[in-house]
Design a protein around this ligand. Structure first.
Ligand SMILES: [Zn+2]
Length: 237
């Protein structure tokens, strides 16, 4: 089987995701030297945690086979599958997984865990890795560089140049630095620096900023919504 050819097709799917501002992961499933399912990551577009490239491709392939079993199929994916997808791949009894690059933060085909090859399960999936690795890694890196200069405080909804300046005067130079900080303490320190009165409305911006750092909600409206939801939830418990 021509691994490069099919991985190139998976990369095309990953590029579709990239253009939709989704984490660029693409997948194709091959049976009998024929593509019977493909998918690109659509988690944000669909607002659905299940909409990973592999799950979408598995759905399509099951439709083609008219069966939940994908025995004899080879699944090509640009990035090492996560625990959810590795689980689905195992359940579908896929014969072989070919992936481009490892995912040290979520990979379950060898990185964190190897769900695909634990012989306590009743099926073991063959793994081939490193096909078109440079392209697969390159696309991921490009994506995170372009859409998520993660560290930049200005990515936080509601944080402009002024606010960024205040954070920096408190020794907060990146979003990372905001994690596990007490927004109340930060704000009061900032007021002390500036010699201004404490204003509850401004405190809210600090709370949102810390919440953002910890939860990575990129949309300003959703950020507010989740913030209040979480507060209500905590109060209720
Ligand atoms: Zn996944």
């Amino acid at each position: 089987m021509d691994y490069e050819k099919y991985m190139d097709m998976a990369l095309e799917e990953a590029n579709i995701a990239f253009n939709n501002k989704e984490v660029p992961i693409g997948c194709v499933i091959v049976y009998d030297d024929k593509v019977i399912g493909k998918g690109s990551n659509q988690r944000v577009t669909k607002g659905n945690v299940l909409a990973h490239a592999e799950i979408i491709a598995i759905n399509e392939a099951c439709g083609y086979m008219g069966d939940w079993r994908l025995e004899g199929c080879t699944l090509f994916v640009t990035v090492e599958p996560c625990p959810m997808c590795a689980g689905a791949i195992l359940q579908a009894r896929v014969k072989e997984v070919v992936f481009g690059t490892r995912n040290p933060k979520a990979g379950c085909a060898g990185s964190i865990y190897n769900i695909l090859q634990d012989d306590r399960f009743n099926h073991v999936v063959e793994i081939t890795e490193g096909i078109r690795q440079e392209e697969c890694t390159g696309l991921m890196k490009e994506f995170f560089k372009k859409f998520r200069e993660k560290s930049d405080l200005r990515n936080i909804p509601g944080v402009g140049k002024n606010m960024e300046h205040h954070f920096k005067s408190l020794g907060i130079n990146s979003i990372e630095d905001l994690k596990e900080k007490d927004p109340e303490e930060l704000y009061i320190a900032d007021c002390r620096n500036k010699g201004t009165e404490v204003d509850r409305c401004v405190l809210y911006v600090y709370r949102l900023a810390v919440y953002y750092a910890e939860n990575e909600v990129h949309d300003a409206e959703k950020l507010k919504w989740w913030y209040w939801k979480d507060r209500e939830y905590r109060k209720g418990n």
